[in-house]
Ligand binder design. Structure first.
Ligand SMILES: [Zn+2]
Length: 655
């Protein structure tokens, strides 16, 4: 079907997710110390849910809950990395695309890259991320500023808005650590960088709103602003999000405008991320997919009751990343029950900060909520532990990669959720040490930061994240040898859960000229995550250095299976084609690489060399000159000299 169904109102839908945004740090949620005029205005034009909560404090699982209307134990995206939304799940984008909507998404962080499956139903899914900059505070996974994400979305709006309605998802990551607001927000919120990032995001969203207004009138447009989770600002000894299930990280903002929605209405009923899908489809007039567990909140706007009594919550982060017990919980508007090695119960009405655990004095209430949790998850006393497959790849891609000869593609790790083990709340001193070491705001001298992490690892030696953080700290202090030893220990003891430790090992081996050991480490990284295209590209280059051309080629073909728009892979494949004297193939790959990324300098040199070899001196000159005009001197000093010589060798233009 290409045209929207008659029952379905062809409204333009804009979903903006602001990562890591606490509701209580917005003006419209009563925070006086910030200027968020654009979000405040949106709230005055529409509905604000005062008691909106996330199903999990983790980015990909929370977004999966919003877009499928299901809890994490149903959609099975249980963590950040290591999980892919299965193709069988039905997303908002798929529902609308099937009804004729144009769909586009612009995401601000690598944790939402298309390989994790949230791209389902999006015709455009822009997840281009900047190249990692080793001089920056974090060694990997650079994210985008809201300004860049909004620029891309605005450009899409300019190009694409036509007669068909559109679904536009814009994800901005800025309030997520590391906190570094741009000027003038840095100065305006000096000492409060979290607020500075939020105020900056508000400005950029205001710019997005202006551009949406040019394309779509308020009568045609539904706008939702929501966050995937909050941020603990030291409450309960947590300095980020992911470890606990308190409202510091589960309470989120949710603001919504659209035709038929009242202005300046504040809703007190509990609203869950799983309710987004049915609520949005309620406004549009479409049917809700059968799998959805959420409820439309539209009746609540007319003062009618809604079925949002129980909000499920879980986090597997402590289990997967820290080696502790996972947590599950259930929340009503009055109670929060957390199932932990030592379970907790809070009365949210009298104790919204969840400070006093009243489980002992409210045994019946706890028992009733435990019963609801057991019913929702089929877990609990007397039930078998839930088994979870960690797998970074979906079935279809796995099949394609296997056909290229990837034997390890689709390796599965099993996780057994017993709810037992170290209670995360008994390890808050470890969180404290991590925070001391990693928050630039604390301004600790380097050696003291290292000591904090060394101390933490001594106390908690089975905690994978500590190897990761301490190794990073060693590397930043130019102590590669110690970092490498630590990573090797993590691999030997099998405490590592993700591929980054292998990648970092490989990069250190590379710096030390130990190419073959680097290759082995990259291969280890790909065993852990066969979808990591950056590592595939790096490994391919290492294979090329060792003359292992067929292996490099197979790997690069695999990259294109995962992500056809990978400029680096096209460049390397072009080089391989050139080597086999396949000029047409080489030109095709190089041109594609440049279309995808005109800033990939190596391509100009490769194209120049290829044209020169083919006797097309004019084209050779054009590419060499393009390289010289663009290449930063600092990074390309040697290549610039070589290319200048090549240019001289071509003789005068026209001669
Ligand atoms: Zn997030």
């Amino acid at each position: 079907m290409t045209q929207p169904d008659k029952k379905w109102q062809p409204l333009n839908v804009v979903v903006i997710t602001i990562d890591t945004l606490r509701a209580d740090h917005l003006g419209c949620y009563g925070y006086p110390k910030i200027a968020t005029p654009n979000l405040d205005r949106l709230a005055s034009q529409g509905v604000l849910f005062e008691n909106a909560v996330a199903q999990t404090p983790l980015t990909p699982p929370s977004h999966a809950s919003m877009f499928t209307g299901t809890n994490p134990n149903v959609h099975q995206v249980r963590g950040t990395g290591g999980f892919v939304l299965d193709a069988s799940k039905v997303t908002l984008a798929e529902v609308l695309q099937q009804r004729g909507w144009q769909t586009a998404a612009f995401v601000g962080a690598p944790v939402l890259k298309r390989t994790f499956g949230l791209n389902q139903g999006f015709e455009t899914y822009d997840d281009r991320m900047p190249e990692p900059d080793p001089s920056k505070t974090s060694l990997e996974n650079p994210s985008l500023r809201a300004g860049t994400v909004v620029d891309r979305a605005v450009e899409w709006l300019d190009r694409h808005a036509g007669p068909k309605p559109f679904l536009l998802w814009v994800h901005v990551y800025d309030p997520h650590a590391p906190l570094d607001p741009p000027s003038p927000f840095r100065e305006r919120y000096a000492g409060r960088p979290y607020d500075g990032e939020i105020a900056y995001v508000d400005q950029e969203i205001g710019r997005l709103f202006e551009n949406i207004a040019k394309k779509s009138s308020p009568q045609q447009t539904v706008v939702v602003v929501m966050s995937d989770h909050g941020e603990s600002l030291s409450e309960h000894g947590e300095y980020s999000h992911g470890v606990f299930l308190y409202d510091a990280t589960l309470h989120i903002p949710w603001i919504m405008t659209g035709p038929g929605l009242p202005a300046a209405q504040r809703v007190k009923e509990q609203a869950r991320t799983i309710d987004l899908l049915p609520t949005l489809l309620g406004v549009i007039g479409g049917e809700v997919p059968a799998a959805s567990q959420g409820s439309s909140l539209l009746p609540a706007l007319a003062g009618k009751p809604v079925e949002t009594t129980y909000s499920y919550a879980e986090t597997l982060y402590p289990k997967i990343n820290m080696g502790w017990a996972e947590l599950r919980g259930i929340r009503s508007s009055k109670w929060k029950y957390i199932r932990a090695p030592r379970s907790e119960l809070y009365d949210l009405e009298t104790d919204p900060g969840e400070v006093s655990n009243v489980l002992e004095s409210h045994r019946d209430e706890a028992k009733r909520l435990e019963g609801e949790l057991a019913r929702l998850t089929a877990t609990g006393e007397g039930k078998p532990a839930e088994r979870v497959d960690m797998k970074s790849i979906n079935a279809e891609t796995e099949k394609q990669l296997r056909s290229l000869g990837y034997v390890s593609a689709g390796a599965t790790k099993n996780l057994e959720l017993t709810g037992k083990g170290i209670d995360p709340k008994d390890r808050v001193h470890i969180l404290e040490l991590i925070d001391e070491a990693s928050t630039p705001q604390k301004n600790l001298p380097g050696p003291q930061r290292l000591r904090a992490l060394e101390q933490a690892l001594k106390e908690d030696p089975a905690n994978p994240l500590l190897y990761y953080f301490l190794g990073e700290a060693y590397e930043k202090n130019n102590r590669d040898a110690e970092a490498l030893k630590l990573y090797e220990t993590a691999v030997k003891k099998k405490v590592t859960t993700n591929n980054r430790v292998f990648v970092r090992m490989a990069l250190i081996y590379g710096r030390q000229g130990r190419i073959d050991e680097g290759i082995a480490a990259f291969e280890g990284a790909l065993d852990a995550d066969p979808t990591d295209t950056e590592t595939q590209n790096r490994l391919a280059v290492a294979y090329l250095m060792r003359g292992r051309f067929p292996e490099a080629e197979r790997l690069l073909q695999g990259v294109l299976v995962l992500h056809e728009e990978d400029a680096q892979a096209h460049n390397s494949l072009g080089w391989l084609a050139m080597r086999k004297a396949d000029s047409a193939g080489a030109i095709r790959h190089f041109e594609r690489a440049l279309t995808l990324n005109p800033e990939l300098m190596e391509v100009y040199v490769n194209l120049g060399m290829l044209y020169k070899r083919n006797g097309d001196l004019a084209q050779a000159r054009t590419n060499f000159e393009a390289f010289l005009a663009r290449a930063p001197v600092g990074k390309y000093r040697d290549s610039i000299q070589r290319v200048q010589q090549e240019l001289q060798g071509l003789g005068r233009p026209g001669s």
